[in-house]
Write a protein that binds this ligand. Structure first.
Ligand SMILES: [Zn+2]
Ligand SMILES: [Zn+2]
Length: 177
């Protein structure tokens, strides 16, 4: 059931191409293609999109959803993170004419003999949108600064202890320097 992810652009000039794929974690983390394998994929990913041709330019519009196992930067626990993104790429078989320089930069030129690997496009986009710091939930309470307990699991009591401390009142006072 391994889909063919290569596209030879001249072949789809008239018809265009659309796809809607489910891709296994094993495949995303394999050595297929020329972009680095992904890491930590924990469930089936989806990758869908279309390519349309107009005025020498092939425009790819795609979207993907990839569940991965990440570590929360607040509470340090592993959780399933849904990474999703919409991407647009432009390709041409010849260096585009009649467009300004800025537009030229947007267009990737692909030699006519080459095929476009949609697996590479997907992986590239996932790496490009990689977020270094992710949190398991916007309400994640993180770890206690004093004892290191995961405060999502309950209250460690350090705060209560601090406020019953005889000098706890000092913390609330303002000192003039
Ligand atoms: Zn967390
Ligand atoms: Zn604590």
């Amino acid at each position: 059931m391994s889909q063919q992810m290569y596209v030879h652009l001249p072949d789809i000039r008239k018809t265009g191409k659309t796809w809607q794929w489910e891709i296994s974690p094993e495949r995303l983390m394999s050595n297929e293609g020329s972009v680095d394998p992904l890491v930590g994929i924990c469930a089936t990913a989806t990758w869908q999109g279309s390519i349309e041709y107009a005025h020498d330019i092939y425009t790819l519009n795609g979207s993907w959803k990839v569940p991965m196992l990440r570590q929360c930067v607040r509470c340090l626990s592993d959780f399933e993170w849904q990474s999703e993104h919409e991407c647009q790429r432009k390709y041409s078989l010849v260096a585009p004419q009649d467009v300004d320089d800025e537009e030229k930069l947007d267009v990737e030129v692909i030699p006519i003999s080459d095929r476009l690997n949609l697996m590479d496009v997907l992986r590239e986009d996932i790496w490009l949108t990689w977020e270094a710091c992710v949190i398991c939930s916007s309400t994640c309470k993180g770890l206690c600064q004093t004892c290191g307990m995961d405060l999502n699991q309950g209250d460690c009591g350090c705060n209560a202890l601090a406020s019953s401390h005889p000098f706890a009142g000092l913390a609330a006072m303002k000192f003039d320097k």
